[in-house]
Design a protein around this ligand. Structure first.
Ligand code: GLY
Length: 133
């Protein structure tokens, strides 16, 4: 099997990352889980400063139900560092949604997401997200 070019790998991992963010926004657990390794690790505000491993922590939020109103997610100025079969993707994430009164609002956070390419598929292995600001 031929290895895609550097640019093609970057396009692939950005597409996988966007798909993951859209799965989060839509509350789509099956897509989210299909993109993640079962031993994924993370630092995120919900984890209160602890390093969390595994998918169960994340499934809790998906199990609360899908969002009532649509949300739209944008990766701003994403940068990708490729190293063999590993990729680090970093960017500011904007999430547009509606508040309780139905007014549009935009959440903002910094994210770093690490991916590993296994058998031609990008799988998410670690992320670090700042508080929503
Ligand atoms: N809290 C799930 C994620 O950001 O991947």
């Amino acid at each position: 099997m031929s290895v895609p070019s550097h640019d093609a790998l970057i396009a692939e991992v950005l597409a996988a990352n966007q798909r993951l963010l859209e799965a989060i926004a839509a509350g789509d657990w099956s897509t989210y889980a299909s993109l993640c390794e079962s031993d994924i690790t993370c630092f995120e505000p919900e984890a209160r400063g602890e390093l969390v491993a595994g998918l169960a922590f994340h499934k809790f939020y998906f199990d609360l139900g899908k969002p009532a109103a649509p949300r739209h997610t944008t990766m701003c100025a994403p940068q990708v560092h490729l190293a063999g079969e590993m990729a680090v993707v970093c960017y500011v994430r904007l999430t547009q949604s509606l508040d309780a009164a139905g007014h549009p609002q935009t959440g903002r956070c910094e994210e770093t997401r690490v991916w590993r390419r296994t058998s031609g598929q990008w799988r998410h292995v670690h992320f670090h997200r700042s508080a929503n600001g």
